[in-house]
Design a binder for this molecule. Sequence first.
Ligand code: ASP
Length: 457
Amino acid sequence: MWKNMGLTGKIIIAMVLSIALGLFFNYSGLNVEGGFVNTYLTNGLFAIVGKLFVNSLKMLVVPLVLISLICGVCGIGDIRLLGRIGSKTFFMYMLTTALAIATAIGLGSIFGIGKGMNLPTTATFEAKEAPPLIDVFSNIIPSNPISSMANGDMLSIIFFAILVGVSILMVGKPAKGLVQSLELINEVILKMVTIIMNLAPYGVFALLAKAMADLGLDLIVSLLGYVAVLVGSLAFHFFVTMMIILKLFSGLSIKTFLTKMKEVQIFAFSTSSSNATIPITLRTVTKRMGVNNSVASFTVPFGATINMDGTAIMQGTATIFIANLYGIDLGITQYLTVILMSVLASIGTAGVPGVGLIMLSMVFAQVGLPIEGIGLILGVDRLLDMLRTAVNVGGDAAVTTIVAKSENKMDIAVYNDPDAGTKDVFDAHIDPDNERELSNIMNDGVLGSEYDELKKA
Ligand code: ASP
């Protein structure tokens, strides 16, 4: 039965089972340090399989973004269009982030979370330095593109890729062979994404079983008000605000969007990283939703770096919560500062696990809230990071679809086809004829028939 099941079904089953198993380990006390479960399963097998899975996703991020974006720019055909897509995307990302944080501040204020609570600080929070905004902007042009790629600096990689693409367009016809080769490399990398997607049920299982066994849900109960408002705001923003925006701006079916996003969001939930999820997001919007690569190859990595609606919501909720807890009254200017700071902070930081807290300390410093306050929410943050990352990638995909639709860079038939882009995930096999032909080329110098024909032509 498992064998014939669709990939999404498998991933969902893995998710449910792993959460149940992890919580069982946590509550039964089996996950105590030094015990068998803790040593060999949570910190052994699950830790290794989870790390392998996340590594295999991260492995593809830089090559995929670089190559697909070069191809994307070449495929756009009109350089002015690139500027228009860029500004539209930027505007939509900023707008949705600001709406997200406003929702959080609104709901947090209505429910008065944190008022009259008396919480002992259990953990201390050491604020890590966030990169100064000036550095973020000046580093967009990399002094050394190879080191930017090695560090995964997404904005520099995006800049470099766009420049390469534009230069290829300027070289024009003689670069045709290069473009075709890059297209092929892009297809090869997307095949690698397909292979890794097939391993997702096991990776997701390992990651979630470990997270749940280690964290449990106890802390959530002690911070129930904060968690409830945060989760409510996340759900409201994604399912209501974003879906209204999607419908209004694109007219596309909300149900189809949500169904096709399921896998991406489970990946984001289990890895807590928008960056590591880029390959899946990109594959889903192009192959399953029909967005043209010329739009998606730019909007997806750009969004993973600068667009974090879920993280902005956490910042809004945390600001209200900590301010109420410490009895500090925030005025309208401070709320506006929080909105502005969160939007700016999201530009300057990459979508990796836990980065939201670093951004939060920037916001707190700006409005004069005690940074130690962050220690209070530290315990639940790891779990909430999972949820907000799912909302972050949801926003990236929604804006991508809206921009692509508005630019007519979308295949609506693919969007509406429920099975689009699922076939090669299910039978990721190597065709024996292809295998023979390619191995002949490599081993005996016997060229494939297609190449002979090309030569004759
Ligand atoms: N983990 C989040 C992301 O990758 C960022 C954060 O909120 O910490 O999008």
